[in-house]
Design a protein around this ligand. Structure first.
Ligand SMILES: *[C@@H]1O[C@H](CO)[C@@H](O)[C@H](O)[C@H]1NC(C)=O
Ligand SMILES: *[C@@H]1O[C@H](CO)[C@@H](O)[C@H](O)[C@H]1NC(C)=O
Length: 308
């Protein structure tokens, strides 16, 4: 296996839980606070300032109250307090940025990442105002850092507040990983499943590279590459990015430049897809009969998938 494939396989044994909190002002018909919990890319909880209750958005998530009967009440009460936090901060930054009114958005993203092989836990907390970072927490150093001069007074105030630092430490490095591990367990059949992709060979025009696209796989620990006569090749090959599909699965592609490949050599090439936890490689021969083309009836749908 190439170093690149290996890298993809070992670099992503990291699970994450993120609380994404959006506060807004003056957007008609939108609750001014919305908070969601996202575990490995899946939304598990929802709160907003109209319902004022934190609720599960995955059926398996309701199991949390079996171990922790106060969980939903505790989270509800935390987010009710955060409504005030968002309103206060928006008022504060509006004043600091000399804005009189209009639509403004505060986004707070806090949570943790857990490496299930090394056991390492990282916490994070970032505050953004109108799309720009204003305040971040350096969790290791237990220090808030203003990213804009307008946030300096919060930096000073928070860094003097030992109780608040203590609370964030506990929330990010203790509660969060516990909650993450439980969610991974409750949602095992969704979050710890393996799903093989469909693999397509695609070509936009007769002179374009042939793209080997694997779509619909889970988890994202995967590798895709081209082989010639059984050996992985790097020349004339272009790796695409790992992308999310709307259903929580992933897609990834690798292009092969065809300009130097003679027609009778095509069948010496194979596209190989490997998924972590699955022994068998998925191997697709570079067979002209298998190639779906864009100059025919192939089009891309709204989710970025090719459909016939
Ligand atoms: C806001 O207005 C004050 C007073 O006019 C000025 O000193 C300050 O630089 C302004 N701040 C911004 C971010 O424009
Ligand atoms: C394919 O390779 C040829 C020859 O090396 C090069 O001229 C061409 O730009 C490449 N095409 C793409 C799409 O990279």
């Amino acid at each position: 296996m190439s170093s690149r494939s290996l890298f993809l396989l070992v670099s992503t044994v990291i699970h994450s839980l993120r609380y994404a909190h959006t506060g807004s002002s003056e957007i008609p018909n939108v609750p001014d606070t919305v908070a969601v919990v996202i575990v490995d890319g899946y939304q598990t909880n929802h709160y907003d300032s109209i319902t004022r209750k934190m609720v599960p958005t995955q059926t398996w998530m309701s199991r949390v109250s079996e171990d922790d009967p106060d969980y939903w009440e505790r989270e509800t009460s935390f987010w009710r307090d955060q409504e005030q936090y968002a309103r206060m901060h928006i008022e504060f930054y509006k004043e600091r940025f000399n804005q009189s009114g209009g639509i403004h958005v505060l986004q707070v993203s806090h949570g943790c990442e857990w490496d299930d092989e090394t056991g390492e836990v990282h916490g994070f907390d970032v505050v953004r105002y109108d799309g720009e970072d204003v305040l971040i927490l350096d969790v290791k150093a237990r220090r808030w850092i203003a990213m804009k001069p307008q946030a300096l007074s919060y930096q000073h105030r928070y860094n003097k507040d030992e109780g608040w630092l203590e609370f964030m430490d506990h929330r990010l490095l203790k509660e969060c990983p516990e909650s993450l591990k439980k969610s991974l367990d409750y949602g095992k059949s969704t979050l710890q499943r393996t799903e093989l992709p469909s693999v397509y060979l695609l070509q936009k025009t007769p002179s374009s590279p042939v793209s080997c696209l694997a779509t619909g796989f889970y988890p994202h620990r995967a590798a895709i590459f081209w082989r010639k006569d059984g050996e992985e090749i790097h020349e004339q090959v272009d790796h695409g990015e790992l992308l999310n599909n709307h259903d929580g699965s992933f897609q990834m592609s690798v292009d092969l430049n065809m300009s130097l490949i003679r027609a009778d050599d095509w069948r010496r090439y194979h596209c190989v897809f490997q998924l972590s936890g699955v022994e068998e490689d998925m191997v697709t021969e570079l067979d002209p009969a298998l190639i779906r083309t864009n100059w025919g009836t192939l089009t891309m749908d709204s989710t970025g998938l090719f459909v016939l």
